[in-house]
Design a binder for this molecule. Structure first.
Ligand SMILES: [Zn+2]
Length: 198
């Protein structure tokens, strides 16, 4: 895909007092404006009182949008957001975003911290200072890893033997939970990087 020189990143900025987690991107609006043609590019701007405070760029692919922007001036972010479809009553299909974090179908995604996600995922992150749901799962997994004496980080193997004095059921449960939390994390990470196995 050409046309995106290294200088063409869009900025995602927030003026003071403006919650970053409030930039809605509505797929119905993009569709209505005819912007979802594969190969096309989109620029979306958000303004308040006539002043543009944030903008992002996106490339349209057949089954997803690649959002591109800079976060906090220097951090270049690329995020894939996949489409999902439901049949319409009168034939044809209705297009939706698939939340990159929880996989839910949604018409609107919102920015929060660095990434875009559905309303539900965004609400979750209010409680944890902009950690994404994925980060939260990994940090929860790390806490559990500590309990069984494993190195933090999902790339480190889990120990074969349970710590002395720990019940077998506790051991099994913790191991299972770590694998679950980290498994989900990997699927999402893969999706964000564009490696998807659907
Ligand atoms: Zn979500």
């Amino acid at each position: 895909m050409g046309g995106w020189g290294s200088g063409s990143y869009y900025r995602m900025r927030s003026s003071k007092g403006m919650a970053e987690s409030s930039l809605p991107l509505d797929i119905r609006e993009l569709k209505r404006k005819g912007l979802l043609t594969p190969g096309g590019t989109i620029t979306t701007k958000w303004s308040r009182g006539g002043n543009v405070h944030s903008s992002i760029g996106a490339i349209v692919y057949k089954d997803h949008l690649l959002l591109r922007y800079t976060h906090k001036k220097t951090d270049v972010v690329e995020q894939n957001v996949f489409f999902t479809y439901t049949p319409c009553n009168y034939g044809g299909e209705r297009i939706w975003f698939q939340c990159p974090f929880c996989g839910r179908r949604c018409a609107v995604i919102y920015s929060y911290g660095k990434y875009f996600a559905c309303r539900i995922c965004c609400n979750l992150t209010y409680e944890t200072c902009n950690e994404t749901p994925r980060d939260r799962r990994f940090s929860k997994a790390d806490k559990l890893r500590k309990r069984i004496g494993a190195e933090p980080g999902s790339f480190n193997p889990l120990p074969y033997f349970k710590p002395k004095g720990m019940h077998q059921t506790t051991w099994d449960r913790i191991r299972g939970e770590i694998q679950y939390l980290e498994g989900i994390g990997f699927v999402e990470l893969g999706r964000m990087l564009g490696i998807h196995d659907e």
